[in-house]
Design a protein around this ligand. Structure first.
Ligand code: HEM
Length: 446
Protein backbone atom coordinates (compact mmCIF):
# COMPACT_ATOMS: atom_id res chain seq x y z
CA UNK A 1 0.00 0.00 0.00
CA UNK A 2 1.32 3.48 -0.84
CA UNK A 3 0.65 6.77 0.91
CA UNK A 4 -0.38 10.07 -0.64
CA UNK A 5 3.19 11.22 -0.49
CA UNK A 6 4.38 8.09 -2.31
CA UNK A 7 6.31 6.18 0.36
CA UNK A 8 4.89 2.72 1.02
CA UNK A 9 2.90 2.36 4.22
CA UNK A 10 2.41 -0.81 6.23
CA UNK A 11 -1.12 -1.99 6.94
CA UNK A 12 -2.40 -1.94 10.52
CA UNK A 13 -1.85 -5.72 10.75
CA UNK A 14 1.70 -5.44 9.43
CA UNK A 15 2.42 -2.66 11.91
CA UNK A 16 1.11 -4.77 14.78
CA UNK A 17 3.16 -7.76 13.59
CA UNK A 18 6.27 -5.56 13.36
CA UNK A 19 5.74 -4.25 16.86
CA UNK A 20 5.06 -7.71 18.29
CA UNK A 21 7.84 -9.60 16.55
CA UNK A 22 10.59 -7.04 15.98
CA UNK A 23 10.29 -3.99 18.18
CA UNK A 24 8.89 -5.26 21.48
CA UNK A 25 11.20 -8.31 21.85
CA UNK A 26 14.25 -6.16 21.05
CA UNK A 27 13.30 -3.49 23.57
CA UNK A 28 12.28 -6.09 26.16
CA UNK A 29 15.82 -7.52 26.13
CA UNK A 30 16.99 -4.07 27.30
CA UNK A 31 18.36 -1.57 24.79
CA UNK A 32 20.75 0.10 27.28
CA UNK A 33 21.45 -2.70 29.75
CA UNK A 34 20.39 -6.26 29.03
CA UNK A 35 17.74 -7.92 31.21
CA UNK A 36 18.90 -11.49 31.87
CA UNK A 37 15.42 -13.03 32.02
CA UNK A 38 14.24 -11.39 28.82
CA UNK A 39 17.43 -12.46 27.01
CA UNK A 40 16.93 -16.03 28.26
CA UNK A 41 13.37 -16.04 26.97
CA UNK A 42 14.46 -14.58 23.62
CA UNK A 43 16.96 -17.42 23.32
CA UNK A 44 14.43 -20.08 24.29
CA UNK A 45 11.93 -18.84 21.70
CA UNK A 46 14.60 -17.74 19.19
CA UNK A 47 12.88 -14.38 18.91
CA UNK A 48 15.61 -12.76 16.80
CA UNK A 49 15.11 -15.33 14.03
CA UNK A 50 11.42 -14.61 14.10
CA UNK A 51 12.14 -10.87 13.88
CA UNK A 52 14.31 -11.38 10.80
CA UNK A 53 11.59 -13.46 9.12
CA UNK A 54 9.05 -10.71 9.79
CA UNK A 55 11.36 -8.14 8.20
CA UNK A 56 11.82 -10.40 5.16
CA UNK A 57 8.06 -10.66 4.76
CA UNK A 58 7.72 -6.88 4.87
CA UNK A 59 10.46 -6.54 2.29
CA UNK A 60 8.89 -9.20 0.01
CA UNK A 61 5.69 -7.21 -0.05
CA UNK A 62 6.93 -3.60 -0.11
CA UNK A 63 9.68 -3.44 -2.63
CA UNK A 64 10.21 0.33 -2.71
CA UNK A 65 11.45 2.98 -0.27
CA UNK A 66 11.55 2.97 3.53
CA UNK A 67 8.30 1.59 4.92
CA UNK A 68 6.15 3.93 7.01
CA UNK A 69 4.44 2.21 9.91
CA UNK A 70 0.86 2.96 10.80
CA UNK A 71 1.27 4.41 14.27
CA UNK A 72 -1.17 6.86 15.85
CA UNK A 73 1.36 9.05 17.67
CA UNK A 74 4.43 9.25 15.53
CA UNK A 75 5.81 9.04 12.00
CA UNK A 76 8.13 6.06 11.96
CA UNK A 77 9.85 4.42 9.01
CA UNK A 78 11.68 1.09 8.75
CA UNK A 79 14.55 0.63 6.29
CA UNK A 80 14.26 -2.49 4.13
CA UNK A 81 16.81 -2.05 1.34
CA UNK A 82 20.60 -1.68 1.32
CA UNK A 83 20.52 1.44 -0.83
CA UNK A 84 18.19 3.13 1.64
CA UNK A 85 20.36 2.06 4.57
CA UNK A 86 23.39 3.65 2.92
CA UNK A 87 21.48 6.80 2.12
CA UNK A 88 20.38 7.20 5.75
CA UNK A 89 23.77 6.48 7.28
CA UNK A 90 25.73 8.54 4.77
CA UNK A 91 23.42 11.49 5.30
CA UNK A 92 23.74 11.52 9.06
CA UNK A 93 23.70 13.63 11.19
CA UNK A 94 21.82 15.89 8.74
CA UNK A 95 19.05 15.33 7.81
CA UNK A 96 19.11 11.96 9.63
CA UNK A 97 19.98 12.89 13.18
CA UNK A 98 21.11 10.18 15.60
CA UNK A 99 19.65 12.31 18.41
CA UNK A 100 16.20 10.77 18.03
CA UNK A 101 13.54 11.48 20.67
CA UNK A 102 13.63 7.99 22.22
CA UNK A 103 17.43 7.92 22.30
CA UNK A 104 17.53 11.33 23.97
CA UNK A 105 14.97 10.16 26.52
CA UNK A 106 17.00 7.03 27.26
CA UNK A 107 20.56 8.36 27.31
CA UNK A 108 19.70 11.55 29.19
CA UNK A 109 19.31 9.32 32.27
CA UNK A 110 23.10 9.13 32.50
CA UNK A 111 24.81 11.19 29.76
CA UNK A 112 22.67 14.22 28.87
CA UNK A 113 25.48 16.01 27.02
CA UNK A 114 26.88 13.02 25.14
CA UNK A 115 27.64 13.29 21.42
CA UNK A 116 25.07 10.61 20.56
CA UNK A 117 22.19 12.84 21.61
CA UNK A 118 23.70 16.20 20.62
CA UNK A 119 22.96 18.31 17.58
CA UNK A 120 24.55 21.13 15.60
CA UNK A 121 27.76 22.78 16.86
CA UNK A 122 27.75 20.83 20.08
CA UNK A 123 27.68 17.55 18.19
CA UNK A 124 30.56 18.66 15.94
CA UNK A 125 32.73 19.58 18.95
CA UNK A 126 31.91 16.40 20.89
CA UNK A 127 32.37 14.10 17.91
CA UNK A 128 35.79 15.66 17.20
CA UNK A 129 36.86 15.09 20.80
CA UNK A 130 35.67 11.46 20.74
CA UNK A 131 37.48 10.72 17.48
CA UNK A 132 40.68 12.23 18.77
CA UNK A 133 40.65 10.46 22.14
CA UNK A 134 39.65 7.11 20.67
CA UNK A 135 42.03 7.42 17.72
CA UNK A 136 39.17 6.44 15.46
CA UNK A 137 41.09 6.52 12.22
CA UNK A 138 43.90 4.26 13.31
CA UNK A 139 43.90 0.44 13.52
CA UNK A 140 46.29 0.65 16.44
CA UNK A 141 45.49 3.16 19.18
CA UNK A 142 48.43 5.41 20.09
CA UNK A 143 48.21 4.13 23.67
CA UNK A 144 48.48 0.47 22.59
CA UNK A 145 51.79 0.06 24.43
CA UNK A 146 50.18 0.97 27.74
CA UNK A 147 46.74 -0.55 27.12
CA UNK A 148 47.71 -4.04 25.98
CA UNK A 149 49.72 -4.92 29.11
CA UNK A 150 46.56 -4.11 31.09
CA UNK A 151 44.61 -6.55 28.92
CA UNK A 152 47.27 -9.20 29.47
CA UNK A 153 47.37 -8.71 33.25
CA UNK A 154 43.61 -8.88 33.60
CA UNK A 155 43.48 -11.94 31.31
CA UNK A 156 46.11 -13.63 33.51
CA UNK A 157 44.16 -12.85 36.67
CA UNK A 158 40.99 -14.12 35.08
CA UNK A 159 42.69 -17.34 34.04
CA UNK A 160 44.05 -17.79 37.54
CA UNK A 161 40.54 -17.60 38.95
CA UNK A 162 39.28 -19.94 36.20
CA UNK A 163 42.03 -22.36 37.23
CA UNK A 164 40.71 -22.45 40.76
CA UNK A 165 37.11 -22.91 39.71
CA UNK A 166 37.68 -24.96 36.56
CA UNK A 167 34.93 -22.92 34.93
CA UNK A 168 34.51 -19.57 33.23
CA UNK A 169 31.07 -18.00 33.34
CA UNK A 170 29.70 -14.58 32.46
CA UNK A 171 29.67 -13.18 36.00
CA UNK A 172 33.36 -13.93 36.48
CA UNK A 173 34.26 -12.70 33.01
CA UNK A 174 32.39 -9.40 33.16
CA UNK A 175 33.72 -8.49 36.60
CA UNK A 176 37.25 -8.90 35.34
CA UNK A 177 36.35 -7.11 32.09
CA UNK A 178 35.05 -4.08 34.00
CA UNK A 179 38.28 -3.92 36.01
CA UNK A 180 40.20 -3.84 32.76
CA UNK A 181 37.89 -1.19 31.31
CA UNK A 182 38.25 1.14 34.31
CA UNK A 183 42.04 0.85 34.15
CA UNK A 184 42.02 1.57 30.42
CA UNK A 185 39.78 4.59 30.82
CA UNK A 186 41.19 6.15 34.02
CA UNK A 187 44.30 4.24 35.11
CA UNK A 188 45.18 1.64 37.74
CA UNK A 189 43.67 3.66 40.59
CA UNK A 190 40.19 3.04 39.18
CA UNK A 191 40.63 -0.73 38.88
CA UNK A 192 38.51 -1.59 41.89
CA UNK A 193 36.02 1.25 41.65
CA UNK A 194 33.10 -1.16 41.25
CA UNK A 195 30.87 1.49 42.74
CA UNK A 196 31.29 3.67 39.65
CA UNK A 197 30.22 0.81 37.36
CA UNK A 198 27.33 -0.04 39.70
CA UNK A 199 26.13 3.58 39.80
CA UNK A 200 26.10 3.60 36.03
CA UNK A 201 24.33 0.22 35.89
CA UNK A 202 21.53 1.63 38.06
CA UNK A 203 21.11 4.63 35.76
CA UNK A 204 21.24 2.39 32.69
CA UNK A 205 18.39 0.33 34.14
CA UNK A 206 16.35 3.54 34.32
CA UNK A 207 17.44 4.37 30.77
CA UNK A 208 15.90 1.12 29.50
CA UNK A 209 12.54 2.75 30.29
CA UNK A 210 13.39 5.99 28.42
CA UNK A 211 10.42 8.41 28.80
CA UNK A 212 8.57 6.05 31.11
CA UNK A 213 10.82 6.55 34.10
CA UNK A 214 11.54 9.94 35.71
CA UNK A 215 15.17 11.01 35.71
CA UNK A 216 16.98 10.60 39.03
CA UNK A 217 18.88 13.87 38.63
CA UNK A 218 20.62 13.74 42.00
CA UNK A 219 22.03 10.27 41.39
CA UNK A 220 22.99 11.30 37.86
CA UNK A 221 24.81 14.38 39.18
CA UNK A 222 26.65 12.24 41.73
CA UNK A 223 27.67 9.82 39.02
CA UNK A 224 28.79 12.57 36.62
CA UNK A 225 30.79 14.39 39.28
CA UNK A 226 32.55 11.13 40.13
CA UNK A 227 33.44 10.74 36.45
CA UNK A 228 34.66 14.34 36.43
CA UNK A 229 36.84 13.62 39.47
CA UNK A 230 38.28 10.54 37.82
CA UNK A 231 38.95 12.58 34.66
CA UNK A 232 40.87 15.14 36.71
CA UNK A 233 43.01 12.46 38.35
CA UNK A 234 43.37 10.20 35.28
CA UNK A 235 46.77 8.53 35.08
CA UNK A 236 49.22 8.82 32.17
CA UNK A 237 48.63 6.06 29.62
CA UNK A 238 44.85 6.10 30.10
CA UNK A 239 42.20 7.31 27.66
CA UNK A 240 40.90 9.98 30.03
CA UNK A 241 44.42 11.31 30.53
CA UNK A 242 44.85 12.00 26.85
CA UNK A 243 41.40 13.47 26.66
CA UNK A 244 42.24 15.83 29.52
CA UNK A 245 45.29 17.04 27.63
CA UNK A 246 43.35 17.88 24.49
CA UNK A 247 42.40 21.34 23.48
CA UNK A 248 38.68 21.03 23.43
CA UNK A 249 36.10 23.46 22.17
CA UNK A 250 34.10 25.00 25.03
CA UNK A 251 31.03 23.03 23.94
CA UNK A 252 32.79 19.66 23.93
CA UNK A 253 31.83 18.66 27.52
CA UNK A 254 34.71 16.15 27.94
CA UNK A 255 33.51 14.47 31.18
CA UNK A 256 30.12 13.86 29.61
CA UNK A 257 31.69 11.91 26.77
CA UNK A 258 33.13 9.29 29.14
CA UNK A 259 29.94 7.54 30.35
CA UNK A 260 29.48 6.29 26.78
CA UNK A 261 32.88 4.57 27.04
CA UNK A 262 32.04 2.93 30.36
CA UNK A 263 28.69 1.87 28.96
CA UNK A 264 29.78 0.71 25.51
CA UNK A 265 32.66 -1.44 26.69
CA UNK A 266 30.08 -3.85 28.11
CA UNK A 267 28.76 -4.89 24.68
CA UNK A 268 32.40 -5.26 23.67
CA UNK A 269 32.66 -7.82 26.49
CA UNK A 270 29.54 -9.57 25.21
CA UNK A 271 31.01 -9.79 21.72
CA UNK A 272 34.27 -11.17 23.13
CA UNK A 273 32.51 -13.82 25.20
CA UNK A 274 30.38 -14.92 22.26
CA UNK A 275 33.43 -14.97 19.98
CA UNK A 276 35.08 -17.30 22.49
CA UNK A 277 32.05 -19.59 22.28
CA UNK A 278 32.29 -19.57 18.48
CA UNK A 279 36.00 -20.30 18.48
CA UNK A 280 35.84 -23.22 20.88
CA UNK A 281 33.11 -24.85 18.84
CA UNK A 282 34.71 -24.25 15.42
CA UNK A 283 37.99 -26.16 15.40
CA UNK A 284 39.15 -25.05 11.95
CA UNK A 285 38.76 -21.36 12.77
CA UNK A 286 40.38 -21.87 16.13
CA UNK A 287 43.41 -23.48 14.47
CA UNK A 288 43.77 -20.42 12.26
CA UNK A 289 43.65 -18.19 15.32
CA UNK A 290 46.37 -20.24 17.02
CA UNK A 291 48.49 -19.83 13.92
CA UNK A 292 47.90 -16.08 13.89
CA UNK A 293 48.95 -15.83 17.54
CA UNK A 294 52.11 -17.84 16.87
CA UNK A 295 53.03 -15.73 13.84
CA UNK A 296 52.19 -12.39 15.46
CA UNK A 297 54.92 -9.78 15.29
CA UNK A 298 52.75 -6.83 16.31
CA UNK A 299 52.73 -7.51 20.06
CA UNK A 300 48.98 -8.32 19.76
CA UNK A 301 48.30 -4.83 18.43
CA UNK A 302 47.02 -6.04 15.12
CA UNK A 303 45.53 -9.52 14.80
CA UNK A 304 43.38 -9.27 11.67
CA UNK A 305 41.83 -12.74 11.84
CA UNK A 306 40.87 -12.44 15.50
CA UNK A 307 39.45 -8.99 14.83
CA UNK A 308 37.38 -10.59 12.06
CA UNK A 309 36.16 -13.20 14.59
CA UNK A 310 34.89 -10.42 16.84
CA UNK A 311 33.24 -8.68 13.88
CA UNK A 312 31.62 -11.98 12.95
CA UNK A 313 30.34 -12.43 16.52
CA UNK A 314 28.81 -8.96 16.14
CA UNK A 315 27.34 -9.78 12.74
CA UNK A 316 25.65 -12.89 14.12
CA UNK A 317 24.50 -11.22 17.34
CA UNK A 318 24.70 -7.43 16.97
CA UNK A 319 24.90 -5.64 20.30
CA UNK A 320 23.29 -2.53 18.80
CA UNK A 321 20.42 -4.17 16.93
CA UNK A 322 18.53 -0.92 16.34
CA UNK A 323 20.26 2.02 14.68
CA UNK A 324 17.95 4.99 15.14
CA UNK A 325 17.60 8.27 13.31
CA UNK A 326 15.13 11.13 13.17
CA UNK A 327 14.71 13.49 10.24
CA UNK A 328 15.56 17.13 10.91
CA UNK A 329 13.57 18.26 7.86
CA UNK A 330 11.45 16.78 5.05
CA UNK A 331 13.46 14.29 3.00
CA UNK A 332 12.66 13.54 -0.61
CA UNK A 333 13.16 9.95 -1.76
CA UNK A 334 12.69 8.43 -5.23
CA UNK A 335 9.36 7.06 -4.04
CA UNK A 336 8.03 9.93 -2.01
CA UNK A 337 8.62 12.40 0.79
CA UNK A 338 9.40 11.62 4.41
CA UNK A 339 8.10 14.22 6.87
CA UNK A 340 10.25 16.14 9.35
CA UNK A 341 10.69 14.48 12.78
CA UNK A 342 10.08 11.06 11.27
CA UNK A 343 11.83 8.23 13.14
CA UNK A 344 13.94 5.94 10.95
CA UNK A 345 14.87 2.46 12.17
CA UNK A 346 17.59 0.22 10.77
CA UNK A 347 17.23 -3.26 12.23
CA UNK A 348 20.76 -4.68 11.95
CA UNK A 349 19.90 -8.41 12.50
CA UNK A 350 17.75 -8.31 9.36
CA UNK A 351 20.64 -7.13 7.19
CA UNK A 352 23.14 -9.40 8.95
CA UNK A 353 21.05 -12.58 8.76
CA UNK A 354 19.05 -12.21 5.55
CA UNK A 355 19.59 -15.66 4.00
CA UNK A 356 17.93 -14.57 0.75
CA UNK A 357 21.04 -12.47 0.07
CA UNK A 358 23.75 -13.98 2.26
CA UNK A 359 24.01 -17.68 1.40
CA UNK A 360 25.85 -18.50 4.63
CA UNK A 361 24.03 -16.04 6.83
CA UNK A 362 23.87 -18.44 9.78
CA UNK A 363 27.47 -19.70 9.72
CA UNK A 364 30.59 -18.43 11.48
CA UNK A 365 32.70 -17.03 8.64
CA UNK A 366 35.33 -14.52 9.84
CA UNK A 367 36.89 -14.69 6.34
CA UNK A 368 34.03 -12.54 5.06
CA UNK A 369 35.48 -9.56 6.94
CA UNK A 370 38.97 -10.04 5.50
CA UNK A 371 37.89 -9.98 1.88
CA UNK A 372 35.13 -7.43 2.19
CA UNK A 373 35.49 -3.95 0.82
CA UNK A 374 32.84 -1.97 2.67
CA UNK A 375 32.69 0.61 -0.10
CA UNK A 376 31.63 -1.74 -2.84
CA UNK A 377 30.05 -4.61 -0.94
CA UNK A 378 26.47 -4.83 -2.11
CA UNK A 379 25.05 -6.07 1.17
CA UNK A 380 25.62 -3.93 4.28
CA UNK A 381 26.91 -5.32 7.56
CA UNK A 382 26.76 -2.59 10.17
CA UNK A 383 27.62 -3.76 13.71
CA UNK A 384 29.41 -0.44 14.31
CA UNK A 385 27.05 1.48 12.01
CA UNK A 386 28.52 3.37 9.06
CA UNK A 387 28.86 6.86 7.57
CA UNK A 388 29.89 9.98 9.50
CA UNK A 389 28.22 8.84 12.77
CA UNK A 390 29.77 5.34 12.82
CA UNK A 391 31.13 4.14 16.16
CA UNK A 392 34.34 6.06 16.88
CA UNK A 393 35.39 3.27 19.28
CA UNK A 394 35.43 0.60 16.55
CA UNK A 395 39.17 0.19 16.10
CA UNK A 396 39.94 0.45 19.79
CA UNK A 397 37.32 -2.19 20.56
CA UNK A 398 38.70 -4.54 17.93
CA UNK A 399 42.26 -4.06 19.19
CA UNK A 400 41.34 -4.77 22.82
CA UNK A 401 38.86 -7.61 22.28
CA UNK A 402 41.15 -9.48 19.88
CA UNK A 403 44.07 -9.10 22.30
CA UNK A 404 41.96 -10.40 25.20
CA UNK A 405 40.87 -13.42 23.15
CA UNK A 406 44.47 -14.11 22.13
CA UNK A 407 45.64 -14.12 25.77
CA UNK A 408 42.80 -16.40 26.88
CA UNK A 409 43.09 -18.87 24.04
CA UNK A 410 46.85 -19.24 23.99
CA UNK A 411 47.02 -20.39 27.61
CA UNK A 412 43.88 -22.48 28.04
CA UNK A 413 41.92 -24.93 26.03
CA UNK A 414 38.30 -23.99 26.61
CA UNK A 415 35.25 -26.13 25.94
CA UNK A 416 31.67 -24.97 25.90
CA UNK A 417 29.93 -26.41 28.94
CA UNK A 418 26.53 -24.71 28.62
CA UNK A 419 23.70 -26.12 26.54
CA UNK A 420 23.79 -23.84 23.48
CA UNK A 421 24.25 -25.71 20.22
CA UNK A 422 26.99 -24.03 18.15
CA UNK A 423 28.35 -26.19 15.37
CA UNK A 424 29.91 -25.63 11.92
CA UNK A 425 27.46 -28.23 10.57
CA UNK A 426 24.26 -26.48 11.67
CA UNK A 427 22.77 -23.00 11.37
CA UNK A 428 23.81 -20.83 14.31
CA UNK A 429 20.96 -19.66 16.55
CA UNK A 430 19.38 -16.24 16.00
CA UNK A 431 19.72 -15.40 19.71
CA UNK A 432 22.66 -16.37 21.90
CA UNK A 433 22.27 -15.69 25.61
CA UNK A 434 25.71 -14.55 26.75
CA UNK A 435 24.59 -14.60 30.41
CA UNK A 436 24.28 -18.37 30.34
CA UNK A 437 27.42 -19.26 28.37
CA UNK A 438 29.80 -21.39 30.44
CA UNK A 439 33.19 -22.83 29.61
CA UNK A 440 35.47 -25.38 31.17
CA UNK A 441 39.19 -24.84 30.79
CA UNK A 442 42.37 -26.90 30.94
CA UNK A 443 45.94 -25.75 30.23
CA UNK A 444 46.58 -25.50 26.48
CA UNK A 445 48.40 -28.43 24.93
CA UNK A 446 47.16 -31.03 27.43
C1 HEM B 1 31.14 -4.11 20.62
C2 HEM B 1 31.30 -2.87 20.99
C3 HEM B 1 30.64 -1.71 20.34
C4 HEM B 1 29.73 -1.68 19.32
C5 HEM B 1 29.14 -2.86 18.56
C6 HEM B 1 29.43 -0.29 19.06
C7 HEM B 1 28.55 0.14 18.11
C8 HEM B 1 28.10 1.44 18.02
C9 HEM B 1 27.01 1.86 17.22
C10 HEM B 1 26.16 0.97 16.32
C11 HEM B 1 26.87 3.19 17.41
C12 HEM B 1 25.78 4.07 16.84
C13 HEM B 1 26.20 4.76 15.63
C14 HEM B 1 25.01 5.31 14.90
O1 HEM B 1 24.00 5.70 15.49
O2 HEM B 1 25.11 5.32 13.67
C15 HEM B 1 27.91 3.62 18.32
C16 HEM B 1 28.12 4.91 18.72
C17 HEM B 1 29.15 5.31 19.51
N1 HEM B 1 30.10 4.50 20.08
FE1 HEM B 1 30.23 2.50 19.92
N2 HEM B 1 30.16 0.48 19.91
C18 HEM B 1 30.92 -0.33 20.70
C19 HEM B 1 31.78 0.05 21.70
C20 HEM B 1 32.19 1.33 21.89
C21 HEM B 1 33.23 1.74 22.81
C22 HEM B 1 34.02 0.78 23.69
C23 HEM B 1 33.33 3.09 22.73
C24 HEM B 1 34.26 4.00 23.45
C25 HEM B 1 35.35 3.63 24.08
C26 HEM B 1 32.32 3.54 21.80
C27 HEM B 1 32.07 4.86 21.49
C28 HEM B 1 30.97 5.27 20.79
C29 HEM B 1 30.56 6.67 20.68
C30 HEM B 1 31.27 7.87 21.33
C31 HEM B 1 29.42 6.69 19.88
C32 HEM B 1 28.62 7.92 19.46
C33 HEM B 1 29.03 8.35 18.06
C34 HEM B 1 28.29 9.57 17.55
O3 HEM B 1 27.16 9.83 17.95
O4 HEM B 1 28.86 10.28 16.70
N3 HEM B 1 31.67 2.45 21.31
N4 HEM B 1 28.64 2.52 18.67
Amino acid sequence: MRTDNGLPRATVLETVAFLAEVFVPTVAKGPIIRRPRAVAMAERLQLDSRAVRRMQKLDDKHRAGPLLLRLPIRNQAVVLRPTDLRYVLNNSPEPFSPASSEKRAALAHFEPRNVLISRGRERTARRALQEQALDSHSHVHRLADSLLPIVRQEADQLLASVGERGELNWDVFIESWHRMVRRIIFGDGARDDHELTNMLAGLRKDANWAFLKPKRRKVRDQFLSRVQQRLQTAEPGSLAYIMRGMEAHSEAAPADQIPQWLFAFEPAGMATFRALALLVTHGEKSARVQQEIQDDTSGRQHLPYLRACVLESLRLWPTTPMILRQTTREVVWDDGTMPQDCGVLIFAPYFHRDDRHLPQAHSFLPEVWLTRNPDDADWPLVPFSDGPVYCPGRQLVLMLTSAMLSYLIEKRQFSLASSQHLSPRDPLPGTLNHFSLRFTAKPAGL
